[in-house]
Design a protein around this ligand. Structure first.
Ligand code: SAH
Ligand code: SF4
Ligand code: F3S
Length: 464
């Protein structure tokens, strides 16, 4: 399927090209959590395909089931426990099947997964995926297999992922792994290890692969893309995120470029200025603020104040007047008062976010917050605060969409709308979803659409 030249793997392709092959063992992969996990599942599939595996889209038909997991909040883990129960029922009819837990829960819970769930044969952390073929073989002999070693170097940069998206329009490229920030509530530094950046040449190679495969959009991903830093071993030359972004924008002028996640303490005016200079860099920034209270931000170890965050929003609006801004919010963090909750609401209103992911604080074992702070906000208070936050965001999202009425946007078509086959959906540069009646347009086309209606989640229009 692919050629190896000087250890560089040429475009690996798309999951739909890996036809289920009766002669090869079949792997079924299910992915939970963030974009990093989506990107990792594509690396895992590539490693397995290279080692003689085919795929299954149905867990009942699989020889190996892998579940790529997330530990960020307790409910993320509970979802996975339920799936493991389901897989254990499936396995009753197929006793030879192997079940593996990979990703962040594998890293956090390690052997406990094997001890507590009879169905689990393999536990493999995010830095051990190269070992998967060997570990599957080991588990096939009846030996439970665990590898949760974290690495300071592993980036999988030489492995070209097999894409698993539906539409072959938009793909992720992981530009870094791990996180060094140690926000006190967060499990990621423990599940993903130290921060490391990929060689820009390898990133550019993958961007070019995607162009050849017909992709029209790429999202550069990392837990804190602003701290991307590549240091060449040969020349000592350094490449920052800002420089990488510009290189990518220049290399593929017809491709849309997005990135996520930006960190308020590190997002620089230089990045904003590169965004303003290149049309193909999408005008959207995801800038989680977590809390509107400087005291809570301190307890969270976020490294910025409310004022600093507000100044970053002002800079975005000044340098990129057409840019949309989305955010993440945690409500009910340890000792958060009613006054401090109101500060979160007032910051939301002031910034006028276009979109937000909103969460109740969930204590994660082993984090600094779990060790040093009391999870003392009662569940019903967390729920009520979250409802207030969601209700406010619904209004802000509606306002944001209403501003787009009667404007014409270039929409990158991703596929048929969920509600009606006659309608297509796609996104504006600002990452807003647009639904419109298709006229022979296909996924991957850029279509000019005039917006004539909206809900708080979607723009509705007609092609012009
Ligand atoms: N690296 C990114 C976010 C990664 S996790 C950043 O720092 O912005 C995605 C979001 O999950 C976070 O922004 C935060 O809002 C939320 N989150 C993380 N840990 C959480 C916890 N223990 N409880 C509730 N929400 C949490
Ligand atoms: Fe977690 Fe903070 Fe790192 Fe984001 S920046 S992954 S919230 S520790
Ligand atoms: Fe979850 Fe791990 Fe991502 S904990 S949010 S899958 S890095």
């Amino acid at each position: 399927m692919r050629k190896m030249t000087n250890n560089i793997i040429s475009p690996a392709g798309h999951i739909s090209d890996l036809l289920p092959d009766q002669n090869k063992p079949r792997v079924y992969i299910e992915t939970y959590g963030c974009q990093m996990n989506v990107a990792d599942s594509e690396v895992v599939l590539s490693i397995l395909a290279e080692n003689g595996y085919s795929v299954s889209f149905d867990p009942k038909q699989a020889d190996v089931i892998l579940i790529n997991t997330c530990s960020i909040r307790q409910n993320a883990e509970e979802k996975v426990f339920k799936r493991l129960d389901m897989f254990s029922r499936i396995r009753k009819n197929n006793p030879g099947m192997l079940v593996g837990v990979i990703g962040c829960m594998a890293e956090r819970l390690k052997e406990q997964l094997i001890n507590n769930f009879q169905v689990v044969d393999l536990v493999i952390g995010p830095d051990a995926y190269r070992k998967l073929p060997d570990l599957i073989k080991e588990a096939g002999t009846g030996q439970k297999a665990v590898n949760v070693l974290l690495s300071r170097e592993e980036t999988y940069a030489d492995i070209s992922p097999i894409r698993m998206d539906k539409n072959r329009v938009s793909a992720f490229i992981s530009i870094m792994r791990g996180c060094n920030n140690m926000c006190t509530y967060c499990v990621v530094p423990f599940t993903r290890g130290r921060e490391r950046s990929l060689d820009p040449e390898k990133i550019l190679r993958e961007v070019n692969n995607l162009t050849r495969l017909g992709y029209k959009e790429v999202t550069l991903i990392g837990q804190n893309v602003d701290s991307y830093l590549w240091k060449s071993k040969e020349t000592d030359k350094e490449i920052s995120f800002c420089q990488l972004l510009e290189k990518v924008a220049r290399a593929v002028p017809d491709m849309r470029i997005r990135f996520s996640t930006s960190h308020p303490k590190d997002l620089s005016d230089d990045v904003l200025s590169v965004m303003s200079r290149y049309n193909n860099i999408c005008k959207h920034i995801h800038l989680p603020f977590q809390s509107g209270s400087t005291r809570i931000l301190g307890l969270m170890n976020r490294g910025y104040t409310r004022e600093w965050y507000s100044e970053r929003i002002k800079a975005i609006k000044r340098i990129l007047p057409d840019c949309s801004i989305s955010t993440d919010i945690i409500t009910g963090f340890c000792s958060e008062t009613e006054e401090e909750h109101k500060k979160t609401l007032s910051l939301m209103k002031w910034a006028g976010f276009d979109f937000a992911y909103m969460f109740k604080y969930s204590e994660r074992p082993g984090t600094k917050a779990a060790k040093k702070l009391k999870d003392d906000i009662p569940e019903e208070v967390k729920s009520r605060r979250l409802t207030e936050i969601i209700e406010l965001q619904n209004k802000l999202s509606q306002t944001s969409k209403t501003k787009d009425l009667n404007r014409v946007y270039e929409v990158l078509v991703e596929g048929a709308s969920k509600k009606s086959e006659a309608d297509l959906f796609g996104r504006t540069s600002q990452n807003k979803v647009v639904v419109f009646p298709g006229k022979n347009h296909k996924p991957g086309d850029i279509v000019k659409v005039r917006i004539n209606n909206c809900t708080s989640a979607t723009l509705i229009g007609i092609s012009v």
